[in-house]
Design a protein. Structure first.
Length: 104
């Protein structure tokens, strides 16, 4: 296995890296990560299961709930966002709160 030495732009590699597809960049907190999607899923051969479809629907409902927030609700979320350290973005914090409201 080859050793990768990150360039200055990329400080850390995360996950498996292969040569089968294009490289993507992702920011996790303050760390910039790169990766490649190896052997992406072919939905015509292996469609989503019922559990996977339920998770995707729940995610879509949470996104819609975040988009539907009023300016007063966003301001309330912004105020409570200041007092926490878990989330690095207000958008992520609002999504987590709305996703949590949907329950299991």
């Amino acid at each position: 296995m080859a050793k990768y030495k990150p360039i200055d732009m990329v400080k850390e590699f995360h996950g498996k890296i292969c040569g089968h597809s294009d490289t993507y960049f992702q920011k996790r907190g303050i760390t910039l990560c790169t990766g490649r999607i190896c052997n992406p899923r072919d939905l015509s051969k292996k469609p989503y299961s019922a559990a996977e479809s339920a998770v995707r629907e729940k995610f879509a409902q949470a996104r819609a709930a975040v988009k539907a927030l009023t300016s007063e609700q966003k301001a309330a979320y912004a105020e409570s966002f200041k007092g926490q350290k878990k989330y690095t973005s207000l958008q992520g914090y609002m999504f987590a709160q709305e996703y949590g409201k949907l329950g299991e």
